[in-house]
Design a protein around this ligand. Structure first.
Ligand code: GLY
Length: 406
């Protein structure tokens, strides 16, 4: 059937819309809401704390809100010691670091995102470049890497020696049915049955066995238990940051190396606009760290901003998103025990909240929201929906308390 351009437009456009005008009441769902005057404030995940001062100085000297948020998240991206983001991030199951990020620029109401990017450290800035230099919102994989190079970002090896060795520890010890680990000619070799038995060791003996192998692999003693913990409980890491200025402008950004030892090409929530980050400066901004798959299923950041729009307080808005995760499991604690999620919520009047499903990974690692609103950069404990500490997926024995330090 041949359709003329005029005929096509005539059928595709809803009849009540007169060119350039809105149907009466059509704007009400997106109407700006503000409870009070805006103020300069930045909120971030706990690992953003050391970078809040420089970001706040940028914000209060007239810098753009997205640039201020980027000044926070590039801290962990550039830090080889932070193995959840950027340089030094824990790699995928093949030992390759793959990074994800997304951002929203409130003043221009634009969004940019990149997923599964290799060899480029500052994917937060690449997500911003997607906004500024393309007509797209999301680029992934090789195309995203080539775009970053075209934008002047250097290619580099993101795998630090420590992250490589932690990956090797995981690779060698997660299966008894492959050729990874010491072979029969090696003094450390164990026949398959003995290796299988080793996997059924008591928690303490399993930690000891992994720790011993970590030392053999050359992981520094101060990082040995941290490496064991990452093998037993592959982390999701991540950093989110939202920034608001006194003019009421807001932006948000989230960046990560994603779930450690993931399948190549896996993207979690961090590059997904509406899950890892969502900003609408008419209302507020929200972002997430934690279990990406769970967060995508509840479109967490968007859900929270829409909750704010409907009048919820930041705390209630964040807790509601967590309750949706709980609902997805019908409240089954045997499963929820292995899931963790933290949300960072900032309303456009500067009211904020940090909420988490659990209190943290353990008594030495509670979840925090980092805040700077003019007095002093500070970390505040999140409000947890459940009392207690999460065990992360896959379900493995908890570390004995005396070993649960980093
Ligand atoms: N939240 C980060 C991830 O799951 O990839």
């Amino acid at each position: 059937m041949k359709i003329s351009r005029r005929g096509f437009l005539g059928s595709a456009v809803a009849t009540p819309v007169v060119a350039g005008t809105l149907v009466a009441g059509a704007a009400s769902g997106a109407a700006p809401t503000r409870r009070g005057a805006a103020r300069d404030i930045i909120v971030a995940a706990g690992n953003g704390l050391p970078y809040l001062d420089r970001a706040y100085a940028l914000l209060t000297s007239g810098g753009d809100t997205l640039d201020a948020a980027i000044a926070v998240v590039t801290g962990p991206e550039d830090d080889p010691e932070d193995d959840s983001v950027g340089l030094g991030g824990l790699p995928n199951e093949e030992g390759v670091v793959e990074l994800d990020a997304c951002c929203m620029h409130g003043p221009t109401r634009r969004a940019g995102s990149v997923g599964a990017v290799r060899n480029i450290r500052n994917v937060s800035k690449v997500a911003k470049a997607v906004i500024e230099h393309t007509g797209h919102v999301m680029l992934v994989g090789e195309g995203a890497e080539r775009f970053a190079v075209a934008m002047g970002f250097p290619r580099e090896n993101l795998l630090t020696e420590r992250s490589r060795k932690i990956w090797l520890l995981w690779k060698e010890t997660h299966s008894t049915s492959d050729w990874w680990g010491p072979g029969p000619a090696s003094p450390g070799w164990r026949p398959p049955a003995a290796a299988r038995e080793a996997r059924n060791l008591s928690p303490a003996a399993r930690v000891d066995s992994l720790y011993a192998r970590a030392m053999e692999l050359g992981i520094e003693p101060g990082h040995g238990l941290g490496a064991v913990r990452r093998v037993l409980f592959p982390p999701t890491g991540t950093i989110h940051c939202s920034a608001l200025n006194a003019r009421g402008e807001m932006s948000g950004i989230t960046t990560t190396s994603g779930l450690a030892f993931k399948l190549p090409g896996r993207c979690g929530d961090s590059p997904v606009i509406g899950a890892g980050c969502f900003t609408d400066q008419d209302v507020g901004s929200a972002g997430a760290t934690g279990s990406g798959e769970e967060n995508i299923r509840v479109a967490g950041a968007h859900t929270i901003v829409e909750n704010l729009r409907r009048g919820m307080e930041p705390l209630e808005a964040g807790l509601d998103a967590l309750k949706r995760i709980v609902r997805n499991y019908n409240g089954d604690m045997t499963r929820l025990k292995y899931i963790d999620m933290t949300y960072y919520v900032l309303r456009n009047d500067g009211a904020y909240a940090g909420v988490s499903l659990w209190e943290g990974y353990g008594p030495t690692e509670p979840h925090h929201i980092a805040v700077h609103d003019g007095t002093k950069a500070r970390a505040e404990r999140t409000v947890a929906l459940f009392k207690g500490w999460s065990d992360e997926f896959p379900p493995t024995p908890s570390l004995p308390p005396e070993r649960a330090t980093k």
